[in-house]
Design a protein around this ligand. Sequence first.
Ligand code: AMP
Length: 400
Amino acid sequence: MKILVLNCGSSSLKYQLMDMMSQDALAKGLVERIGLPGAMLTHRPKNGEKEVIVADLPDHTSAIKLVLQAVADPEYGVVESLNEIDAVGHRVLHGGEKVSGSVLVTHEVKQAIEECFELGPLHNPANLAGIIACEQMMPGTPQVAVFDTAFHQTMPPEAYIYGIPYEYYQQYKIRRYGFHGTSHKYVSQRAAVILGKKPDKLKLISCHLGNGSSITAVKYGKSVETSMGFTPLEGLMMGTRSGDIDPTIVSFIMKKDKISGDAVNALLNKKSGVLGLSGVSSDFRDLEKAADEGNYRAQLALDVFVHDVKKYIGAYAAILDGVDGIIFTAGLGENSPMIRSSICNTLSYLGVSIDEEKNEASRGAEVDISKWGARCKVLVIPTNEELMIALDTKEIIEKM
Ligand code: AMP
C-alpha cells in the first residue's frame, strides 16, 4: 500500500509518499513560495538525486499538480501511475471541538475544517485547498484528514477551560485546544513499545521541543493536559513565540508603543521567544554557541527555556500523580544533549537519573537515556508525524 502524506502551509507544501510495507518514504519533497514569485519544488526520491523544479505556482492546486507529476515522472518519479497511490493523508491544523480523531474526508469534514478558519487562519484554508486540489486531481482516491488538535480532545474540562466568563467559551469557543497532537501521539505510542508496556498502563510526559515547543501529559494513552492553548502561542517560550505571559502586558505595550492589538500579536509570535530575549537567533544551535562564547542574553534565553520546561514537567507530574517516562522529541529535544541534561538535572524527585554517555551519543535514534534501574525513564524518540498520518490513513481506509 502507498499513501501520499500532504502538509499544506499558507505558502508551502511538504509531502512524502510512504510505502506502508516498509513504513519508509519512497520520495519526499517541499514546495516553497506558493502564490509568490520564485516558486519551486524540491523533490527527493529515496534512491536518487534531488530534483529542483522552478515553476509558476499561483495556488495550491497548481502546486499539488506539480507534486503529482514529480511523483509519477518517468525519470525521477517513484510510481509508474498515480493509480498506485491508495490514499492521501492530509495534516490539518485545527479541528475545533467537532473532531476527536482522524477521519475520512466527507462534505461534513470539509465544512468542519472551514468552520475553524478563524481558529487557524494561516493553516486551515491551505489544508482545505490541498484537499480540494487532490479531489480534483485524483478523483476516487480516498482522503483522510489528520488533525493537530484531535489528540488533545480527551482533555477534561478542568484542563481546557480558561478562567474567563463562560460565555466566551459558549459563544466563541475560546478554550485550550493544544497542538502538535500527531507528534505527541506518535512518540507516546513508540514509548510504550520501547518500554514494553501497554499504553493504558503508562503515565508519560511528552516534550516536543523544536522551533515551536509544547509539552503534553499523556495518561494511559490519552492527552490529559497540554501546554499550547487556544493558539500555539501559549505555554513554553519558543523560537520566536513568547509562550505564557501576563495578559496585561498586551494592552500595556499597545499603550506605550501606540500600536494595535494585531501588532502586539505579531510581536509575541514572531519577534519574541529566545530570538527576542537573546537578540541572537531563534535557532538553539546559535544560542548554545553564543552562550559558550559568553553572551549573557543567549545564556539567559537558554536558562529561561530550561526553567520553563522543568516547570511544566513538575506541573504535569502533579496532574498525572506520578510519571513512568519523559520523552524528548523534535529538533531540539532529539538533538541537544545539553538541553536534555540541563532539564533532567533537578528531576531526581521524580526518579529521573540520566546516563550522560547515552545522552551524548543519542542522535537520530530511539534511545532510553536513563541510568539502569531509574524509576522514571527518559527516552529520546525522533518524531515522525508523516508516518503517524500515514498509519491513521491506512487504518481508516482498511475499514472502508
Ligand atoms: P523543529 O522545529 O522540530 O524542526 O526544530 C528546529 C529547532 O531544533 C531549531 O530551531 C534548532 O534550534 C533545534 N536544533 C536542531 N538541531 C540541533 C542541535 N544539534 N543542537 C541544538 N539545537 C538543535
